[in-house]
Design a binder for this molecule. Structure first.
Ligand SMILES: Nc1ncnc2c1ncn2[C@@H]1O[C@H](COP(=O)(O)OP(=O)(O)O)[C@@H](O)[C@H]1O
Ligand SMILES: [Mg+2]
Length: 728
């Protein structure tokens, strides 16, 4: 692509419309018209800051209102330059400039944004581990919480099987002692006995593995995951606005992984090692009674060692996460700011910083290895002291102890420090993994759930029959400190079209959230056809009473077209066809399916409805919006067929549409909703297109400001919208 060379002395503003890259669009960042205009004027206007600095600006936008301020306009399309020149010339040459629409929503570089998500979870993990460090270890309440997630029988299995295993594996040593003491008699009996004991210990190993992996772990994982899912899905909207996405994601990824993989194995290993140790100590004390005296000292040493090891290894884990997050953020910062780094020649510094952080990140790993060596040495020394005592006692009590007893004692000494090592390490793993249980328990205690027990009224099957809405003196807030809606009063008669306008942050979307009870009221009531919506269950309210379409259309590419339009899968094909053709999307789906032959895509069988959405040609942002409207249409038509009159809520659904599509949307609203007597509440920034779609005696405009109703305009005249457009 080549652009005309700019005249050298004149600083240019260049407005480029690129249908695939609208990322820097000023009008997209959710500012209301007035704020947007002020910001634009102050920066790019004739006496704006950028003009005064004589800086060249390349502005990418699809808002034709800005083109006027540019010195040179380049129109892109079909992967090439369509037109360029001064705005005056282009305006005359082409009318196409008004037909701009965005075809893709490349929010940002997807790889980069995925990396940033990853980083934010890394940082989150670090913060959570830090919080977890303060947790008391060996908390019985946590173990109780965890054990409640499995059936008692599985818990018993988890104790009985390792007990059998520990008994048989240790008893074989004692059997050998008995064997040597009889002096070569009954060899056949002892051989059979030994084989039997070995088979039993092998079988009990298998049994405990079966119990752990087939019964215990799946059950606890399943139940805890279900509990977590219930907590999160029933959390109110305020929870999501106050909680980092990374934190929620970590519950489902990191913590569930702990619960599924680490926790059951760690628990089982601890149980097995404890039981084995008990058996070994008993056997040791049978072989050498005097050793029992040293038992308290050994337990004390072991207690201190595990305390030090556990604390240090938890600290090291935290350090490791912190330094890893450092590597991530440094790396991503460098990628994100690559243009700046190159422009200022910081490449070498950044490279050094990256390498430095990578080096740092290795340190905790090294220290952890050192710590493990330390643990090994301490436990070996402990075993050596006990072994020396065994020999000391044997020498001191010569003639009182048999060769077999000393043999068994020394034999056990060889294995006991291995058992100790495993016990301390797995105990540490268990305590670390219990962090996941602790976070889940905390989440359950602190997360409120949406709706309350009051909402169990079962309204009549034909409710709402008309769609009359009475909003009486309502106040609402996201945080306890400030009200977002303040004493709002509105009477919306059935079949009315209510247009809500106001500046960004004036509470328009919040008003709709309150109707859907995504946000509960602080005071006041909302009545729909005479029933206070507070008493109605959330499910009924959202299924039957209010059908909402928001600015961000949610599509599920891996589900079928039918599921995307009608998640209940209850609507007949002809209704879906009607809704699709009404919104002008049918042609897109009929022609855009790359995998269907022409006849298979025939209109009669509607096989297209059962195709995955991802198989069709990608929908543009505008089409996604139409699709969301289409989904609402399907729902409304099927509810209407059962005699209900749901209220339709539309939140800025046209703000990213071009004028032609916007007009289609308003026609659909008129034809399908208003003409059929539905109450429609439209939140809108751009009021121009609405004028042709309102009826003065029927409809009403509400202007909101700072969470209050500033003005209610009932007698709509031709100048109403022009006046409002200046304000909103
Ligand atoms: N999820 C949320 N959590 C906390 N505060 C919010 C949330 N959504 C909106 N707000 C706040 O509520 C006020 C009204 O927002 P909103 O209803 O979205 O305004 P509008 O739709 O008119 O632009 C704003 O001050 C905004 O900061
Ligand atoms: Mg809004």
């Amino acid at each position: 692509m080549t652009l005309n060379p700019f005249p050298t002395q004149i600083r240019h503003k260049l407005v480029v419309e690129d249908s695939t890259c609208p990322g820097d669009n000023v009008s997209e960042c959710g500012l209301d018209g007035e704020t947007e205009k002020i910001v634009f004027g102050n920066l790019f206007g004739p006496i704006g800051l950028i003009r005064r600095l004589k800086t060249t600006v390349v502005l990418v936008s699809n808002s034709s209102q800005y083109f006027e301020a540019a010195d040179h306009v380049v129109v892109l399309g079909e992967h090439r330059v369509l037109e360029q020149g001064s705005w005056e010339n282009i305006k005359i040459k082409t009318g196409s400039i008004f037909k701009f629409s965005k075809s893709h929503d490349f929010k940002d570089n997807p790889v980069l944004s995925a990396n940033f998500d990853k980083l934010s979870t890394q940082v989150q993990v670090k913060m959570e581990t830090e919080a977890d460090l303060a947790r008391r270890t060996g908390d019985p309440a946590l173990y109780a919480y965890y054990f409640r997630s499995v059936r008692l029988s599985n818990l018993l299995f988890l104790i009985v099987m390792p007990t059998l295993y520990a008994f048989f594996i240790t008893f074989s040593h004692y059997w050998v002692q008995l064997w040597t003491e009889v002096g070569g008699k009954s060899t056949w009996l002892y051989t059979t006995g030994y084989v039997f004991i070995s088979i039993m210990s092998w079988s009990s190993t298998c049994a405990q593995m079966w119990c752990l992996f087939i019964r215990f772990a799946p059950q606890s994982g399943w139940r805890l995951h279900e509990r977590l899912l219930n907590i999160i899905t029933s959390a109110p909207l305020s929870y999501f606005s106050q909680t980092e996405n990374g934190a929620i994601l970590n519950r489902f990824s990191q913590d569930i992984q702990f619960i599924d993989n680490q926790l059951p194995s760690a628990l089982q290993t601890v149980v097995v090692q404890i039981l084995k140790l008990v058996m070994q100590v008993i056997l040791l004390c049978i072989a050498q009674k005097w050793l029992a005296v040293s038992l308290p000292a050994c337990i004390f040493v072991l207690y201190v060692v595990q305390k030090v090891y556990l604390r240090t290894s938890r600290q090291l884990r935290f350090l490791e996460l912190r330094s890893r997050a450092g590597v991530f953020s440094s790396f991503l910062d460098s990628i994100e700011g690559l243009e700046t780094i190159r422009a200022f020649g910081w490449l070498e510094t950044v490279r050094r910083d990256n390498a430095h952080r990578l080096d740092d990140a290795q340190r905790p790993e090294f220290l952890l290895l050192c710590l493990q060596r330390w643990l090994n040495i301490v436990l070996d020394l402990l075993a050596a002291v006990v072994a020396a005592s065994v020999l000391g006692i044997a020498v001191g009590l010569r003639g009182h102890v048999s060769g077999g007893q000393i043999g068994v004692a020394l034999n056990i000494m060889l294995v006991v420090n291995g058992t100790l090592l495993k016990l301390v390490v797995s105990w540490t793993n268990l305590e670390n993994s219990l962090g996941a249980i602790s976070r889940l328990k905390f989440l359950e205690m602190t997360t409120p759930s949406e709706g309350d027990t009051l909402s169990n009224l079962d309204p009549p099957a034909n409710w709402p029959p008309r769609g009359q809405l009475e909003i009486k003196n309502i106040s609402a807030s996201y945080q306890a400190s400030s009200l977002v809606l303040k004493n709002v009063n509105l009477d919306v008669t059935a079949g009315q079209k209510l247009i809500v306008c106001g500046r960004t942050g004036s509470g328009k979307s919040t008003l709709l959230s309150v109707l859907l009870r995504l946000l509960e009221l602080r005071s006041g009531t909302v009545e729909l056809d005479g029933i206070d919506i507070k008493h109605v269950s959330l499910d009924v309210l959202r299924r039957r009473c209010f059908i909402a379409v928001t600015q961000d259309a949610l599509l599920m590419p891996n589900e079928t077209l039918r599921f995307n339009l009608d998640p209940d899968l209850s609507t007949p094909d002809d209704l879906i066809t009607h809704a699709l053709s009404k919104t002008g999307l049918l042609a897109h789906f009929l022609t855009g399916n790359t995998q269907l032959s022409a006849e298979a895509a025939s209109f009669v069988d509607h096989p297209i409805f059962d195709q995955k959405l991802s198989l069709f040609k990608e929908l543009s942002v505008g089409q996604c919006q139409l699709f969301a409207l289409c989904r609402a249409l399907v729902k409304v038509i099927s509810l209407r067929a059962s005699g209900l009159k749901p209220v339709i809520l539309l939140d800025e659904i046209t703000s990213s549409l071009d004028t032609a599509t916007e007009s289609t949307v308003h026609s659909v609203i008129d034809d399908e909703f208003t003409r059929n007597g539905h109450t429609v509440i439209i939140v809108a920034h751009r009021l121009g297109a609405l004028e042709a779609h309102t009826k003065p005696e029927r409809d009403m405009v509400v202007l909101m400001a700072d969470g209050r109703v500033q003005e209610v305009i009932k007698d709509l005249g031709p100048d109403t919208f022009q006046n409002l457009a200046k304000i909103a």
